[in-house]
Ligand binder design. Structure first.
Ligand code: UD1
Length: 343
């Protein structure tokens, strides 16, 4: 039996990845402290897959409790480490929380992986490590320079990548795949799992869907004076199920010992940049639901434009983002409607 330990498995990307791992025939164990997710997600996963996933409510920085999890599941062959705090603004206000949580949890995991002889880790990284790539590095590939982080959150991603590299350098048994996500959006097509932000959403798509549902009065578009065709920022929005599938490919690659280096890095994006206004207008067009919005000033720390060159993931992993942005936005809307019905 091959079991994958998924930290942060009740979270947004984690839950979609658990579903894809189960579809691919893996056993899974979820670890999550529920700091930014809800146990109801387990029900959604069970409804989609017909399987009940073992769940451990444990904080990944708690070494004793994590040691017990590794002891309880001796068949773990790989770890996918999603568990992390991810709000950029909050990380500026409370950096120590971010350094303790995001860095402490990775160190704990790597120590326990060595002790329990689990040699494979997939790490959730971010395109934030590239900062604002200069024009000759757009679309951005994995060889683009890493730039000084703009937030403690971004810094934890950079530091964690380095911690993994240094640990692998010291231990020939450890293999890692670092996945640098662009902007994950959308929900499972069943609308049984999706993104569930706590409080006022910071990210664009949950704010759009909540405004469309009447929960928020209007969307603020942060800036229309950027050096882009319509003046709003450009991002590479990737479907969360496509993103989840890349994790299954990465785990299989390590288990089949196909990796060409001990630590491999892949960009996960579509290769297509869309502006905030393009995304908003696409949402309105495909759902037929109006979204009131106003243009406001720029948001501090925002990058003007970044989108992926996903060639390496396409050719080396044999993985490609396939969902259209139209279908992805519809899935986000169906999830929002599902949430409304639950209330
Ligand atoms: C940010 C981080 C990314 C992180 C992600 C997780 C940076 C540079 N990016 O992505 O690393 O993984 O958060 O949460 O640190 N927008 C609006 N109105 C809104 C919300 C957003 O106009 O109400 C705009 C933003 O200005 C931006 C785009 O929408 O241009 C996307 O924003 P968002 O969804 O917050 O993601 P990023 O900032 O790209």
């Amino acid at each position: 039996m091959k079991r994958v330990l998924v930290t942060g498995g009740t979270g947004y990307i984690g839950s979609h990845t658990v579903v894809e791992l189960l579809h691919a025939g893996f056993e899974v164990a979820i670890v999550d402290n529920l700091s930014n997710s809800n146990q109801d997600v387990l029900q959604g996963i069970a409804e989609i897959t017909g399987q009940t996933v073992p769940f451990e409510q444990v904080d990944c920085t708690d070494k004793e409790a994590m040691d017990a999890v590794f002891g309880k599941y001796p068949d773990i062959v790989a770890v996918i480490h999603f568990a992390a705090s991810k709000a950029v603004g909050e990380s500026v206000a409370n950096p120590l929380l971010y350094y303790r949580n995001n860095i402490g949890s990775l160190i704990t995991l790597l120590e326990l992986m060595r002790e329990h002889k689990v040699p494979n880790i997939v790490f959730s990284s971010s395109c934030t490590v590239y900062g604002q790539p200069d024009a000759n590095h757009l679309p951005v590939d994995e060889t683009a320079p890493i730039q000084p982080a703009l937030s403690p959150y971004g810094n934890t991603k950079q530091i964690n990548e380095e911690i993994i590299r240094d640990t692998a350098h010291s231990d020939a048994n450890l293999h890692a795949i670092l996945l640098r996500y662009f902007n994950p959006i959308g929900a499972h097509p069943s609308a049984k799992i999706g993104e569930l932000p706590n409080g006022v959403p910071q990210n664009l798509v949950p704010f759009i869907t909540q405004t469309a549902a009447g929960i928020r009065k209007e969307l603020s578009v942060f800036g229309n004076d950027y050096n882009t065709p319509d003046g709003s920022c450009i991002r590479d929005y990737i479907n969360v199920v496509d993103l989840a599938k890349a994790h299954v490919v990465a785990v299989n690659r390590m288990l089949e010992k196909k990796a060409s280096e001990q630590v491999e890095v892949f960009n996960l994006g579509t290769g297509r940049g869309l502006s905030v206004l393009e995304l908003l207008n696409t949402f309105i067009r495909v759902t037929g639901v109006d979204v009131p919005y106003k243009i406001v000033g720029r948001r501090e720390g925002d990058i003007e434009q970044v989108w992926a060159n996903p060639q390496r993931a396409n050719t080396v992993l044999g993985w490609k983002a396939t969902a259209t942005v139209e279908d992805t936005l519809l899935s986000a809307w169906h999830w929002q409607e599902h949430l409304a019905h639950k209330k």
